[in-house]
Write a protein of this length. Sequence first.
Length: 366
Amino acid sequence: MRTRCGHLIFALGTALGALFGIAPPCAASLLAQDSLPPERSTADSSAARHDWHLDLAVHHVGVGIGNSPDITGLRLNFRDDGPIRVQGVNVTLWTPYEPAQGVVRGVAIGLPLTGARHIAGVAAGIGIDAERDLDGLALTPIGVGAGHRIRGVTLAGIGAGSGDNVSGIALAGLGLGSGGSLSGLMVGGLGVGAGNDMTGIIVGGIGAGAGGNVTGLVIGGVGAGAGGNITGITIAGIGAGAGGRVRGVTIAGIGAGAGGSLEGVAISAGAAGAPRVRGLVLATAAGGDRVTGVILAPAYFRVSRGGRFVGLSASAFNYVKGAQHGLTIGIFNFAHELHGLQLGLLNYAGNNHGLLRLVPLVNAHR
């Protein structure tokens, strides 16, 4: 199935054709035989227009002009149709008739548009469209798309995308996306996204995200996220998070969090938290259900009712509504169940008795 990006490229080509006074059917007819029978069915007429070709070749080696089905060398055509095979250079003015069935191994040049079912080698043009796979180097000032896979080096002025996977190095001025996975170095001026997993170095000017897991270095100007897990280094101007686990180094301007666990080092000018937190957290406010590690939260640290905290926390207000095992330092320290030490102006331990429950400066319970 042709991807949305492919449809956009085709639409762009149609608009450019209209701008220069070239309509694909008319231009195709220029490459047809000199005269057509006065009355033919639509299918017969289409075949007559699209099959014309002149080959200056020996055993298919040489130059093909028109819709040459098999050429090794140089092939020149307005718009490809049917199952063609080119080994060498294929130059076209328009994307193929649907469905694209051609295979180009070598160089595919679009003046302005080019495409095939499978392109392996170098593809260059204002728009590039592969019905299935695009392998190698793709260069376009506007857009490139593939119905299945893009693999290699892709440089697109506006956008690049595939219905399945993109792997290698891909740089797009605005957006870069895949219905499947992204792997390698992926940079999108506005955003980078994948329906499944992202692996490698991912940079999105505004956002970077995946429906599955993210592994590696991810940078989002505003946000970075995953529907599954994030493993590695994550940097986001505002927020970073995952539906599952975030593990590694996470830096976010406003908030860092996870639906499952937050593990490693988390740094945020705002808040950081998850149901399970393990590691070092540096944030204005932090919290979780089960927290293990070092928490440095100047404003507020909270462990939910029935939860558990093990480690060291320094905050103006340490509010442990569950069990505390370790040390809290703050202005007011509260522990429903204390097994450790509290240092602060006022300290409350719910499992102490009488006047020892609420005491100044130091409170303790084994």
